[in-house]
Design a protein around this ligand. Structure first.
Ligand code: HEM
Length: 485
């Protein structure tokens, strides 16, 4: 322990302090870490995950400062990052330095051409077609390809949203969308990716600390789910690239994938970072959150509408007054639907990524009066920030109103929540995710009322949600749907 290092428990053998974290709250390491920080009366604490030194921020202010610290924008080089891409580090999530900056910049610049991260009529019209697809299912028009997610007036969450959300991102990545007969495949893929997302829990930490565990127990510690989900995604995206390469025409670019292939051609012979493996991982990194994070956020929003029917009614009323019931809400309406927007923000506050992805200190630094050596891993405890009672009154209550000004009912100018992170590592899909989640959610609240079937209890966010890289609702979540009249 270097001098002036943040306080924390002594390091134990093998898994370091993961023992304490798991013993304290195996399902919710974010809660265990917050409890440890209270033990040490410090918002900033230090723990060890195996041999990795890790510093954790546990309140709103410290999390914000950690996320935006210029020396804290690296990523860990760990086992779970490397097994994604043949023991190398590629893509956007798990790279850093100049390599990451060049690839992130290139992807965002060219994804914009297809409407990603901005307002773009063509993309919005296409997203609304996908929203209409969900509305049709909810209205009872269930094709043979939707039977796995809709039957007898019930729908399965979050899988209901998976194929349609997938299509919105495929459109920008590849210029194609999956036809209805491939919806079940998209949902299977989303289920597998959900397994991969869930494997990023405490046992995922154990796997990073002691990767050899996978030989002792391949299905324990999330390894099997992690690998199966990742392999399915690798396979899906590799096929997309092969198809695009086979029909590539530099004069007729169809989407980001073609743009990248063109860039690779232009740099042929150079020792550049524009490689097919990097393209593959970049496509995966933009694809998988749309396949899982958006559907999960929408599922939690539906659960909130069930647990708080008065708040769902208020959003419905707002949409009815502003948009009416004869057309779908669009992005021009968004500014006039503050309560609906607040409903989404509150859902994301409560159920966003609990610990986000680890950062890494790229140089020796001082932070909040403590010394943080280079290569220390950093965990912004987002769940703790979003439940900090000094910022959020009654943090465990679902209160969309907290995002609104009392007098005008308009959104507060400053949104204190950061479900997409902050700073240079800010979620690259934030605008896209916020826009699309809004369009889907507004359509749900406009046209439908959801309830639990057969008087079943509404799953509790804190008790029943499953923690991983993101929070996901419990499995086999069928809810009853009725059209609002
Ligand atoms: C509700 C949905 C989503 C949430 C809550 C979310 C949240 C986050 C968070 C917290 C991070 C990590 C920030 C950090 O490291 O500090 C992140 C990173 C990222 N997200 Fe999202 N995200 C969502 C949807 C999306 C979508 C739809 C896409 C793409 C289409 C996307 C693409 C990315 C990428 C590429 C990164 C890595 C950024 C980097 O390391 O430079 N996300 N997201």
């Amino acid at each position: 322990r270097p001098p002036n290092y943040p306080p924390g428990p002594p390091r134990l053998p093998l898994w370091g302090n993961l023992w304490q974290v798991m013993l304290r709250d195996y399902r919710s390491p974010h809660k265990a870490l917050l409890a440890l920080s209270k033990d040490y009366c410090s918002a900033l604490i230090s723990v060890y995950v195996g041999a990795f030194p890790v510093v954790v921020a546990n309140d709103h202010e410290t999390v914000h400062a950690m996320l935006s610290h210029p020396a804290f924008q690296g990523r860990p080089d760990c086992f779970t990052a490397r097994i994604r891409s043949f023991n190398r580090l590629h893509g956007i999530f798990f790279t850093d330095g100049d390599y990451w900056a060049q690839q992130r910049r290139f992807s965002l610049r060219h994804l914009r051409d297809y409407g990603f991260g901005r307002r773009f009529d063509k993309l919005e019209a296409m997203v609304l077609e996908e929203v209409q697809g969900i509305v049709n299912i909810l209205k009872g028009s269930v094709s043979p390809y939707d039977k796995d997610v809709a039957r007898d007036g019930r729908v399965l969450l979050p899988e209901l949203f998976a194929a349609h959300s997938t299509n919105t991102v495929l459109a920008v990545l590849t210029g194609t969308r999956l036809p209805p007969e491939q919806y079940p495949l998209a949902r299977d893929l989303s289920r597998l990716i959900k397994g991969f997302q869930r494997a990023g829990n405490a046992s995922g930490g154990a796997l990073d600390a002691t990767p050899w565990l996978r030989f002792l127990t391949p299905s324990g510690f999330g390894f099997k789910d992690y690998k199966t989900g990742n392999d399915a995604l690798l396979d899906f995206m590799s096929r997309q690239i092969s198809e695009h390469k086979g029909s590539f025409d530099g004069e007729a670019i169809r989407g980001f994938c073609d743009k990248y292939l063109l860039e690779m051609q232009g740099r042929a012979g150079e020792n550049s970072s524009f490689t097919e493996l990097q393209l593959l991982l970049t496509l995966m990194d933009y694809f998988f959150p749309a396949s899982t994070a958006i559907p999960s956020a929408l599922a939690f929003a539906v659960l909130n509408s069930i647990a708080h029917p008065d708040k769902a009614d208020r959003a419905h009323q707002e949409i009815k007054e502003v948009v009416g019931l004869d057309r779908l809400p669009d992005l021009n309406d968004r500014v006039n639907l503050p309560y609906t927007e607040a409903f989404l923000r509150e859902t994301l506050r409560m159920t966003g990524t609990p610990l986000t992805l680890m950062h890494r200190a790229t140089e020796d630094s001082y932070f909040r009066g403590f010394y943080v050596p280079k290569d220390t891993l950093l965990v912004p405890n987002m769940w703790a920030a979003h439940h900090d009672p000094t910022v959020y009154e009654k943090p465990f209550e679902f209160m969309p109103e907290r995002f609104l000004q009392h007098h005008s009912g308009q959104l507060k100018r400053k949104d204190t929540s950061v479900p997409f992170g902050l700073g240079k590592r800010l979620c690259a899909g934030e605008t896209f995710a916020r826009q699309n989640s809004f369009l889907f959610l507004a359509a749900l609240l406009q046209g439908f009322r959801f309830t639990m079937p057969d008087g079943a209890a509404v799953p509790e966010t804190e008790e029943d949600a499953v923690f991983g890289f993101i929070m996901t609702p419990p499995d086999d979540l069928w809810v009853q749907v009725a059209e609002r009249v």
